[in-house]
Design a protein around this ligand. Structure first.
Ligand code: PHE
Length: 446
């Protein structure tokens, strides 16, 4: 078997991982949840959740990948814990499941770039969304999105994913900054900012029962954890990067992009007197924000740029998820990467068909993933690294990071106790929602 690939540059890994983290969650969840749950106070709270839960869990995936240079399943074998491979397989399946409908949503986004250029949804946004989000048109768009993802992944780590994300991620930042600067000039800017960020402890306390589970769930969703992505991406690290630094950078950039998104969407909503008290999710972008473009000068252009940003964010997340399965297949079968990518792409297409046909299926797929599969997967992975891998994980983290001081034991006890407690609590809530018919304590991202 040929030599396993690595990232060509250190930045390559970082940028690809940021591309994975920055996705739809940042654009259609974070801003709206922030606004509804206490503004800047919620941002502070959310950062604590990310640092307490997301960051330690991300490091756990990093050490597994970098130590073994293997896909998420065989990493367990390589670590000398073959009997735990089932955890890796579960994470891979979770990612595959999620990607099946993520592609459908990616298709909508591409469709909206075209729709914006034509002003197609300006007069009746909700009807337009209803028409393009399901059925044959959605399937066609899903295929186009999936085709791009397969094409990039087929080219490999260095020539495909690294090159692509090195263009995509900076483009996301530049375009979002430009949109945010433009947003300063429109009428609703002041009201929009105030709505988005004015700190309110009252709102936070009042909504704590939904804001806390959301922050916990988002802490691992937004960092792409529990889907074996970070295990896979870090398995291509050649040199000894400082994983602490990389992880910190990803957390910071990822949060800043969510904030930037808020600085764009709320001025647009307020300029058009659109009710911003939304739950976030698909309707927030494709109906509410979209309907704002029609009422603005150069609405077509703004719409195209905005949905281009969304598309780049979705693509760079989708390729990371595709790579998980492709890496597993590539490590195990003597079949060329492009053939594997196309084959896996076809399987994803078929699994995504129900979601593309009817959004009710998409919602169900998403709820299964977000309420059950993801938290369970994160829980099992952190327990494995905390209790089974333990000291080996700490010594791996030390590579490239120098002395960890007291962070080593703190990290370990975080993985053993703190993270599992929070994640188990979201799992219980998710279980109640899915099987006991209780109202969701938090909403799935789509
Ligand atoms: N981090 C991504 C987001 O915030 C989550 C994700 C990654 C989803 C990869 C699917 C695929 O949207």
């Amino acid at each position: 078997m040929s030599k396993r690939e690595t990232w060509a540059t250190r930045v390559g890994f970082l940028v690809a991982a940021i591309g994975s983290a920055v996705g739809l969650g940042n654009l259609w969840q974070f801003p709206f949840k922030t606004a509804g749950n206490g503004g800047a106070a919620f941002v502070a709270f959310y950062l604590i959740a990310v640092l307490l839960i997301g960051f330690p869990a991300m490091l756990a995936e990093f050490v597994m990948g970098r130590r073994t240079n293997r896909n998420a399943v065989d990493a367990f074998t390589e670590l000398g814990h073959r009997q735990w491979r089932i955890l890796g397989a579960f994470a891979v399946v979770t990612g595959f499941w999620i990607l099946s409908y993520y592609n459908v949503v990616g298709g909508w986004v591409l469709r909206y770039i075209v729709g914006s250029a034509q002003g197609a949804y300006f007069s009746a946004p909700a009807e337009y969304f209803g028409a393009v989000s399901a059925g044959p048109e959605a399937i066609a768009a899903q295929l186009v999105f999936l085709g791009i993802v397969v094409g990039i992944v087929a080219l490999g780590i260095e020539d495909g994913i690294e090159k692509a994300t090195k263009v995509m991620v900076p483009s996301i930042v530049v375009l979002l900054v430009m949109l945010a600067l433009w947003a300063v000039t429109i009428d609703g800017a002041g009201a929009g900012y105030a709505y988005f960020l004015t700190p309110s402890l009252d709102a936070m306390v009042e909504n704590a029962s939904t804001a806390i589970p959301f922050a916990v769930g988002q802490a691992f969703f937004t960092l792409s954890l529990g889907m074996a992505i970070m295990i896979t991406y870090s398995s291509y690290i050649g040199a000894d990067d400082n994983l602490l630094f990389d992880g910190g950078t990803i957390v910071i950039v990822n949060t800043l992009i969510g904030i930037l998104a808020g600085l764009v969407v709320f001025p647009i909503l307020f300029a058009n007197n659109i009710d911003p008290a939304l739950e976030g999710g698909a309707g927030a972008l494709f109906v509410a924000v979209a309907s704002g473009f029609g009422g603005l000068p150069f609405g077509e252009l703004i719409g195209v740029v905005f949905f281009a940003v969304v598309a780049l964010a979705a693509l760079s997340s989708a390729i990371s998820l595709m790579e998980v399965t492709v890496a597993w297949a590539n490590d195990n079968f003597d079949i060329s990467r492009p053939v594997l990518a196309v084959g896996i792409g076809l399987a994803l297409f078929v699994l995504g068909l129900p979601s593309a046909w009817d959004t009710a299926y998409l919602t169900w797929f998403d709820n299964m993933a977000y309420q059950l599969l993801l938290p369970l997967s994160v829980l099992l992975l952190v327990l494995f690294v905390g209790w089974v891998l333990a000291g080996d994980a700490v010594s791996e983290l030390r590579q490239g990071a120098g002395s960890l001081g007291s962070f080593g034991p703190i990290w370990m006890w975080g993985l053993r106790i703190v993270v599992p407690l929070f994640v188990a609590a979201t799992l219980v809530l998710g279980f109640q929602t899915m099987f006991l018919g209780e109202d969701p304590a938090f909403f799935a991202p789509f």
